[in-house]
Design a protein around this ligand. Structure first.
Ligand code: DAT
Ligand code: MG
Length: 148
């Protein structure tokens, strides 16, 4: 089954949105297989956002994502990578549809609440960057029988 890396960013943690965000993915029918509250080391943040290292906002982005705890998660499900991106909404909250996480809770691009992997390749890379294999639980969710 497909896995993706999702993360409530420091603004979402500070605003008390962890529970709301976890609920949305649970209610959708996806399965949580890993989660932890952590402060991201700067070197890990620079690797995580490596594709943006030449962008003018890179320094600010790394400062922000390391500024306080994030809630890092691994979720599993059919087409979870693309579907989670849909549920997050567009990068700029002003362009994100109401009903999406960024559309409902974000105002500015710099504080857009949630990160999610954008492809199978980045999901694999990001899960490995944030989680040890032993931190990922393989479990049978009985409700899956009513989802699939
Ligand atoms: P996403 O988080 O939707 O995958 P991205 O990978 O293009 O978006 O950018 C990563 C983060 O960088 C994004 O969530 C917020 C920040 N960011 C993107 N574009 C920005 C911009 N023009 N100004 C400031 N921050 C930006
Ligand atoms: Mg991205």
């Amino acid at each position: 089954m497909e896995k993706t890396f999702l993360m409530v960013k420091p603004d979402g943690v500070q605003r008390g949105l962890i529970g709301e965000i976890v609920s949305r993915f649970e209610n959708k029918g996806f399965q949580l297989v890993g989660a932890k509250l952590m402060v991201i080391p700067r070197s890990v943040a620079e690797q995580h956002y490596g594709e943006h290292q030449d962008k003018p906002f890179f320094g600010e982005l790394v400062d922000f994502i390391t500024s306080g705890p994030v809630f890092a998660m691994v979720w599993e499900g059919e087409d979870v990578i693309a579907t989670a991106r849909q549920m997050m909404g567009k990068t700029k909250p002003a362009e994100a549809t109401p009903g999406t996480i960024r559309g409902d809770y974000g105002v500015t691009v710099g504080k857009n609440i949630i990160h999610g992997s954008d492809s199978p390749t980045s999901a694999k890379r990001e899960i490995a960057l944030f989680f040890d294999e032993k931190e990922i639980a393989s479990w049978e969710k009985l409700l899956n029988r009513w989802v699939y």
